[in-house]
Design a protein around this ligand. Structure first.
Ligand SMILES: [Zn+2]
Length: 311
């Protein structure tokens, strides 16, 4: 259930072994705390004089300050080692559960915290899609959550959009003129990061939908004669709205309009978003009929935006 690349789960099913493991963890945690307390006592000997009167750091001699800092550093190191060890969950601090290692974060999580973070990450990345974090705090949180899911999971919606964009672009603007596109060019017209574009190109190549040629200056891309064209035409049919004739998109501006609206549509159409809305209304004790009406209203609203924009 929990196995992923770079993630190691240590799971014990046997209750006897679990007990032995927990006892061992307790023992090690106690050893850490004995050491920590000893350091604390040493520090207290500096903090108070022989009459029990508190001294501030200004009262310390130069040697004492040095020693005090060294003790502080050792304490911090000890805490960090303990925090990052398998002895306890880095998130909630429990020590009697199975643990999962998160390599990118260099820490052990109990299975409960791990699953919770993972579910939250999936929810976040798959509903918001492009996942643009706002501000520093948001960015840090996203980076942490990304480490709980594979790249494909955390960028599912973005990768889907990039895939559609590449196929349609090659079909409309680089085929059948026997012309190739480059990685940089695709990246620019789609306005997506290189990692996502590269990732999709590789998988399209595996499916034999595109051919790739790695030259010193660039990565060249062609749509393959049969499989590639058929798939690209199918993709275009599914995403082109009824209000366009078969020639759309004819120029780059049309193309950008199409993929821009496609991206809005996927993000707003996402069923999870409506489920979330329904749940929040349910928790506010809104009657069933009213919830249904509200959701229909939202869907209509987005349809209007999309149609209005495309006309
Ligand atoms: Zn935990």
């Amino acid at each position: 259930m929990i196995y992923m690349r770079d993630k190691r789960a240590i799971v014990l099913k046997n209750p006897k072994l679990q007990k032995i493991r927990n006892n061992l963890r307790d023992l090690l945690l106690k050893a850490v705390s004995v050491k920590w307390n000893a350091l604390f006592d040493d520090m207290n000997r500096l903090r108070f004089d022989s009459n029990g009167i508190r001294r501030t750091i200004d009262d310390f001699s130069e040697e004492e300050v040095k020693y005090f800092r060294r003790l502080q550093k050792e304490q911090a190191k000890l805490k960090d080692i303990q925090r990052r060890s398998i002895l306890m969950c880095i998130s909630c601090g429990v020590s009697d559960r199975d643990m999962v290692y998160n390599k990118s974060y260099d820490g052990w999580y109990c299975t409960e915290c791990y699953d919770m973070h993972r579910e939250h990450a999936k929810f976040l990345f798959q509903t918001i899609g492009k996942t643009k974090p706002y501000g520093h705090e948001d960015t840090t949180m996203h980076e942490l959550l990304e480490t709980f899911v594979d790249y494909e999971v955390s960028h599912e919606i973005e990768l889907k959009l990039v895939r559609e964009g590449i196929l349609i672009y090659l079909l409309r603007f680089r085929y059948p003129k026997d012309d190739y596109a480059t990685l940089e060019e695709i990246q620019k017209v789609l306005d997506r990061n290189q990692k996502a574009v590269r990732h999709v190109l590789k998988s399209l190549n595996k499916e034999k939908l595109v051919e790739l040629e790695d030259t010193p200056n660039s990565l060249k891309v062609w749509l393959t004669q049969h499989r590639g064209t058929i798939e690209a035409e199918r993709t275009l049919r599914t995403i082109r709205s009824d209000s366009f004739d078969h020639t759309f998109p004819t120029d780059l501006e049309d193309f950008k309009l199409l993929i821009g609206h496609r991206s809005d549509m996927i993000e707003y159409e996402n069923p999870d978003l409506y489920e979330q809305l329904a749940n929040s209304l349910k928790s506010k004790k809104v009657p069933k009929e009213e919830i249904k009406r509200k959701i229909e209203e939202h869907k209509k609203h987005f349809e209007n935006i999309l149609e209005g924009g495309l006309k």
